[in-house]
Design a protein around this ligand. Sequence first.
Ligand SMILES: [Mg+2]
Length: 381
Amino acid sequence: MLRIRSIVAAPLSGESPKGGWSAEIRPEDSVHTLIAVHTDGGITGFGSVFTNGGLVEAALKVLEPLWAGESALEPERVSEKLHQNTFWMGRGGTLTHTISGIDIALWDILGKALGQPVGRLLGGTWRRRALPYCSLLMDEPARMRDAILPFREAGFRAFKIGWGPFGRSGHRRLDEAIVAAARDAAGAEARLFVDAGASDAFWPNGLNWAVNTARMLAEHGVGWFEEPLPPDALADYADLRRAAPVPIAGGEVLTRRQAFLPFLEGRALDIVQPDVTKVGGISEQRRIAWMAEAFGVAYVGHGWNTAIGLAADLQLAAALPGVELVEYIGGSSYVDGLLADPFRLDPDGLLAIPDAPGLGVALDPEAVARLTPAAARLFAP
Ligand SMILES: [Mg+2]
């Protein structure tokens, strides 16, 4: 029996990408943290958490009596044990985020121990490749065009633009000019999605803005309208979904499967977007995706995190029907600069889903050391 010997965190910093937040992320800020779960059998699993490294380190200490000596081969049971025993310690927040990273790492370990990719362990292989959509921040129209072109040339066939001045300038014409420039730069054949980013602080718009903007987006062939309303505006989301000519997407700041249920029962979303590095990990993400399926709602993972998060999203895309897309942050060192064998688009603009054991990817210790002072403890138990 493989047992958990230690769990360590390594906050990434120095090249944190901008998020478009009104209190903007600085390169040195810690918003993504890698996790390693070391076992007594020589296998180490890796996970990723979309939150501040200090919070993750504190959460690991709080959780330690629950994970110390536990089986390293039972991700779902161990993660649920961590959830259920911390209901009074801020469930849904830092602890849930941290459990996400532990859960991803435990699935990685299980796959490595059994010699199978995580996707197969989750129940089967629906596809071997996924379409990455390149996620970019919105900018003034000319700069928006310049931001997209290099990624189009690199082979991306799907794009999402979000945040920045969109919906914040008060000028509807500017919003439309940004989308038109993006469509022009991406090409008529490209998939294009728009993210208002209404989970930013003090979002200034309401339902009417969202309905009118959805109509404008439909004219530019936009595939979904993401976070057009503040994350808790459940009733407005339901009204918007009924009125909008484009699919409505959201849920990236929700955590725990229970938080998604009112949005599904309330018929508030066409697409749910849980983030595997926040929501509770692969175990929870899979439950949410299947729960959405039962309501006729699509699932596309929110993947604004790291190469390990993307690897988890790819395994989930393999193991779920109808998931062709994964999010790919354009130009982030935390996605492109961490792996020994970095992700590469194939000639069709698709990403192969790794079929090596576990998450199927290997961190490059030297590359990781460039982005966190705590790299050594990730690799040395
Ligand atoms: Mg978003």
